[in-house]
Design a protein around this ligand. Structure first.
Ligand code: NAD
Length: 498
């Protein structure tokens, strides 16, 4: 069987003792196995990173940026191969895999401007003969732990900024789709990145714990589900590291009575069902405001959902493909049953969906619930599948309160033609990323990505300037160059510039 391994800066001949299966979601079989590393392997990777990092930090930022430019061109040249590899393990359709990689490349484009971003601050004459300047230095060795659902974009969010700012970076991707991160690391080497600056270690909890406990890893960026994000945050911080840990989501789309319902249905179809709902910025909850809006929306939504085409990931006509594993398919179908048991109206049932010729694939048909209420656990928890839940609200106030009171606060969208309502909503809603007539408000690379409440632990976001802050530390120098005359008297009180 094909074996997927680590991407390390050294030859190693230790035989892995543990493996994890990598499935073919389109057909349901096992297509490869990935070697799971342990603390001993991580020690070697950290030692290689430690050796390589000082020289990389000393490379001037313009030259580091050149590696980013080269890498971007190489990824573009290899886009088809990468997208097929990504789809074959994840299950998302090829066009969506290209989008996954492209969103990551946009962070690399931001990193191409790293010389400008790292320029620092300077105050001439902060006191008599005194100048003050601040600049950012890399933290040293950083690590990233990433989820299965964006195996291109999220490794690039982290590795791009960490590397461009002069760090060595160790990536532990999801064991469910581990190949694309390895391929990206190979392309980085081809782009001119020195050995040891980006390594990929494969693994599961054992490797994550080793990363969190390793004294030479100074920062950990995590993206995954909330309970694990919380655990990673606590354990990493207890070990003295800086940690940013992004978690799960349950994003609401609020539909005001004046919204363009045809546009809303188009937007919702893509945002709720694209990538089989396996996106942390998906819109799995729709909230029509007022009974008339709910009735009209439901009428338009049902035929649109019934017209969705579920297919294998290479089907260019398919709207979405299979989910990642049989276990995840089962989990989604269990949540659908829970919704039924809790009293929601199951309008379209996607359970038991079989694709002809791919009967063992991990497909889940599109599912719609209406009359979902906030006390239901199927509403409170993340399902992460092609399931749209309609929660009816009577007023704008009630609609704002729903995402605000929810345990997750990643993204939210408002559909309206009313600028005042939109402004009020954006100001008041207790959620980190807001879309106004934009169903998936993932910020562009030079802004930053991050949710609130149980969607993110820690206080810096991914990429943009927040990413730069996370992967660097500020040093501030206060300097005086005496002219050789009489030296100043000793000062026994705190020096001031007054
Ligand atoms: P996951 O939490 O199962 O896994 C994420 C990472 O944690 C993987 O690398 C995995 O190997 C590791 N891991 C798994 N179990 C662990 C344990 N017990 N201890 C330590 N590490 C462990 O998440 P997933 O299923 O791969 O990804 C989907 C989740 O990620 C969803 O909840 C989704 O909302 C979330 N997500 C969030 C964002 C965001 O930016 N907020 C982005 C993408 C995905």
């Amino acid at each position: 069987m094909r074996e997927i391994s680590h991407k390390l800066a050294f030859a190693h001949d230790t035989q892995p003792t543990r493996y994890s299966d990598v499935f073919d979601p389109n057909n349901g079989g096992v297509q490869a196995r990935v070697a799971l590393g342990d603390a001993a392997l991580l020690d070697l990777a950290v030692a290689a990173a430690k050796k390589a990092q000082p020289a990389w930090a000393a490379v001037n930022p313009q030259r580091r940026a050149r590696v980013m430019f080269n890498f971007k061109a190489l990824v573009e040249a290899n886009m088809d191969e990468l997208a097929h590899l990504l789809s074959s393990e994840h299950g998302k359709v090829i066009a969506d895999s290209k989008g996954d990689i492209q969103r990551g490349l946009e962070v690399i484009e931001f990193c191409c401007g790293i010389p400008h971003v790292l320029k620092g601050e300077y105050t001439q004459g902060a006191g008599p003969g005194i100048d003050v300047y601040s600049f950012r230095q890399p933290i040293g060795i950083g690590a990233g732990i990433t989820p299965f659902n964006f195996p291109g974009m999220i490794p690039l969010w982290m590795s791009g900024v960490a590397i461009a700012t002069g760090n060595a970076f160790i990536l532990k991707p999801s064991e469910r789709d581990p190949s694309v991160p390895v391929r990206l690391a190979e392309l980085f080497l081809e782009a001119g990145l020195p050995e040891g600056i980006l390594q990929v270690v494969q693994g599961d909890k054992e490797m994550v714990d080793a990363i969190l406990d390793h004294p030479d890893i100074k920062g950990v960026s995590f993206v995954g589900s909330s309970d694990i994000a919380h655990y990673v945050y606590n354990r990493g911080v207890a070990a003295g590291k800086r940690v940013q840990a992004m978690g799960g989501a349950k994003n609401h789309g609020i539909v005001m009575p004046d919204a363009d319902l045809d546009q809303v249905v188009n937007d919702l179809s893509g945002a709720a069902f694209g990538s089989a709902g396996e996106r942390c910025m998906a819109l799995p909850v729709v909230v029509p405001v007022g009974e008339k809006t709910a009735i009209a929306l439901r009428e338009k939504l049902i035929p649109a959902i019934e017209a969705l085409r579920v297919g294998v990931s290479t089907d260019a006509e398919a709207h979405y493909g299979p989910v990642v594993t049989a276990a995840h398919k089962q989990k989604i179908e269990n949540w659908i049953q829970t919704g039924v048991d809790e009293g929601a109206e199951l309008v379209i049932d996607g359970r038991g969906f079989k694709l002809q010729g791919h009967e063992d694939g991990f497909f889940v048909g599109p599912t719609l619930f209406d009359h979902v209420t906030t006390d239901m656990s199927a509403y409170k928890e993340e399902i992460f599948g092609p399931v749209l839940q309609m929660v009816r609200a009577e007023s704008f106030e009630e609609a704002v309160s729903l995402p605000s009171k929810h345990q997750y606060g990643n993204g939210v969208a408002l559909f309206t033609r009313n600028g005042h309502a939109a402004r009020e909503f954006a100001a008041r809603v207790d959620v980190g990323m807001v879309g106004i007539n934009v169903p998936i408000p993932v910020p562009v690379a030079y802004h930053t990505f991050g949710g609130w409440k149980r969607s993110a632990f820690g206080d810096t976001n991914q990429h943009g300037m927040e990413g730069v802050k996370f992967w660097t530390k500020v040093k501030t120098v206060t300097q005086r160059w005496p002219d050789g005359g009489a030296s100043a008297d000793s000062a026994f009180v705190i020096p001031t510039m007054g």
